[in-house]
Ligand binder design. Structure first.
Ligand SMILES: *[C@@H]1O[C@H](CO)[C@@H](O)[C@H](O)[C@H]1NC(C)=O
Ligand SMILES: *[C@@H]1O[C@H](CO)[C@@H](O)[C@H](O)[C@H]1NC(C)=O
Ligand SMILES: *[C@@H]1O[C@H](CO)[C@@H](O)[C@H](O)[C@H]1NC(C)=O
Ligand SMILES: *[C@@H]1O[C@H](CO)[C@@H](O)[C@H](O)[C@H]1NC(C)=O
Length: 525
């Protein structure tokens, strides 16, 4: 009976493979060091993935990426009978679809001026490959995009949308060429090629000099005056005006954060474009200015996100803002940046915040490698930087984050442009002189989540027996189509044998190669 079933499975898998008519294109590797590898794309070639097609019952799909050079390599396997034999000596995971945690919003990157400039520096055909790599169903299917409101440091100049002194009525408010010539046209192309809705998250870095205590668009200042006064009202109106202007281009936002890194303490560079708030100032600005302005505008469905800074400030920041019942009613979520995660515990920051405010989503809104002053800015082909991403995603999903947004979608080979020379790394590097771009290991580590865990998935229980020594990291989800997803990261120097049991479907027995990441996908229901 068992053998017969297996035969039918193999046959239906064969039919399923034949049904998949679009053939994926393999990675063309380029090495920067013996094990520092990127995949090269140009105007005529780029590696692709097939759209996901669930396997027949009884089979699972495995996508594998290894430091040794595999990139999202697809294979299939057969479930074993419904228990792990006692002779099995590896790590045993139990997938429990009834044990449900947070809903997933999704994965994405940030459409900075720098990203748009780099993408547009390629030929149109290479641009198309880059956009498809991120947003299409032959790519990694991002559904989130963070959107700076005017300049961030990843711009070529500091600017706001109203640099005319004391224009409190915002008569001269206007979008700039970075919006109308670069970012908006690219977004329309992204929306046209994506199979799912793209949720946009808008974020202000800085505002007009005349609203800031340092009288400069760049540099650290606060808003002049105090919450409820004309400076604060004008700043709230400015943010609404931004939403109005984008609506004229048929672009609506899912969310807006109240400020990028409002704490911007000592680590911010001197000329970094920013507005500083204490948590109390943010609470009062939301209460008296931004909350009412948004609620009385055409954009009252835009979700207001507080904090948008490192988790080291949690849960305190959330206690101050959301602990105030009137500010809390204007907000929907809490944005978190991954900087300094290594110094803090996910449980004591994210876990504690979720326990206090379970109705507010936690969303990672920014992450990048190479941000510390002593870091190598661009470490082309670095496997470790990919692991840094996947490790962070797995850990933080276990503490209730609902999504993870990377920083710049693409940067140049030096990690720029950035007008304060705050260069960093990116999953995609553009070499305009060769009309090529490079997909780094970070891109594929992100792909292992973003392609397989769509919006509306739910994180579910995945427990394991205790295992001595270097071990795997893993997280499980149930998709809206009823399929199960488990991502397994092996950052150890040795291969690790493991099993995943999903009763009543069966047991996956496999070996995770040293330095590898894999995604397993199967029909749960
Ligand atoms: C683009 O890449 C493909 C695959 O590596 C290569 O065959 C082709 O020559 C490249 N095209 C150009 C214009 O460099
Ligand atoms: C699965 O999770 C549910 C809900 O938390 C729990 O009641 C059940 O005991 C779990 N099953 C197993 C096998 O652990
Ligand atoms: C916005 O959408 C409307 C209706 O679909 C269309 O007529 C108009 O041209 C669009 N505007 C822009 C700027 O895309
Ligand atoms: C909330 O904060 C406002 C100031 O922004 C204050 O006036 C009000 O008393 C606070 N409400 C509560 C319930 O603490």
């Amino acid at each position: 009976m068992w053998v017969l079933d297996a035969g039918i499975w193999v046959f239906s898998f064969f039919l399923w493979m034949v049904g998949n008519t679009i053939a994926s294109q393999p990675c063309i590797p380029k090495f920067f060091d013996s094990d520092a590898m990127v995949c090269v794309c140009n105007a005529t070639y780029c590696d692709t993935l097939d759209p996901i097609s669930l396997p027949p019952e009884g089979l699972f799909l495995k996508y594998e990426t290894t430091k040794a050079g595999r990139r999202m390599e697809l294979s299939e396997g057969t479930f074993q009978r419904n228990h792990t034999p006692s002779s099995f000596r590896g790590l045993k995971y139990t997938f429990n679809a009834s044990d449900r945690y947070q809903d997933v919003k999704g994965f994405g990157g940030s459409h900075t001026d720098a990203a748009a400039i780099n993408i547009m520096s390629l030929s149109p055909a290479a641009q198309e490959h880059l956009l498809r790599s991120y947003f299409s169903n032959t790519g990694i299917e991002y559904n989130l995009l963070r959107w700076p409101i005017a300049a961030s440091d990843f711009s070529t100049r500091p600017y706001s949308y109203d640099d005319i002194q004391y224009d409190f009525d915002l008569k001269y408010f206007n979008l700039v060429e970075e919006d109308t010539e670069l970012r908006i046209p690219l977004l329309h192309r992204i929306m046209a090629l994506s199979k799912q809705p793209i949720s946009l998250v808008a974020t202000p870095w800085t505002g007009p000099a005349w609203l800031k205590t340092n009288d400069n668009v760049k540099g650290k200042g606060k808003l002049k005056g105090k919450a409820g006064d004309k400076y604060h009202k004008t700043w709230a109106n400015y943010l609404i005006r931004f939403l109005d202007k984008y609506a004229e281009h048929n672009i609506t936002f899912w969310a807006m954060t109240s400020q990028n890194e409002p704490d911007c303490s000592s680590y911010a560079m001197e000329d970094f474009p920013t507005i500083n708030y204490s948590p109390e100032e943010q609470r009062d600005f939301i209460n008296l200015d931004l909350g009412p302005a948004l609620a009385n505008s055409d954009h009252k469905d835009v979700h207001l996100v507080i904090h948008d800074d490192a988790r080291i400030h949690l849960p305190n920041w959330a206690k101050v803002v959301l602990g105030n019942s009137s500010a809390a009613k204007y907000a929907s979520g809490i944005g978190v940046h991954w900087y300094l995660d290594a110094m803090t515990s996910a449980q004591l920051t994210l876990g504690a915040t979720h326990n206090l405010f379970p109705d507010y989503f936690l969303l990672y809104t920014e992450a990048c490698n190479g941000f510390l002053p002593w870091d190598i800015k661009v470490d082309t082909g670095s496997w470790e930087r990919g692991v840094h991403y996947s490790c962070n995603i797995i850990e933080n999903f276990k503490y209730f984050i609902t999504g993870w947004i990377d920083w710049n979608l693409a940067l140049g080979m030096n990690g720029g442009p950035n007008f304060v020379k705050n260069f960093v790394d990116s999953p995609i590097l553009v070499d305009a002189s060769k009309d090529e771009f490079y997909k780094q290991p970070m891109f594929y580590h992100l792909a292992h989540f973003s392609k397989f865990i769509p919006e509306g998935s739910v994180r579910v229980g995945l427990t394991s027996n205790s295992f001595l020594g270097c071990t795997l990291k893993a997280v499980g989800f149930l998709r809206p189509d009823g399929a199960a997803v488990v991502v397994v990261l092996n950052n150890c120097y040795m291969d690790i044998e493991f099993s995943i049991s999903d009763s009543p479907v069966g047991v996956i027995e496999d070996v995770a190669q040293a330095y590898s990441i894999q995604t397993y996908l199967w029909r749960h229901t």
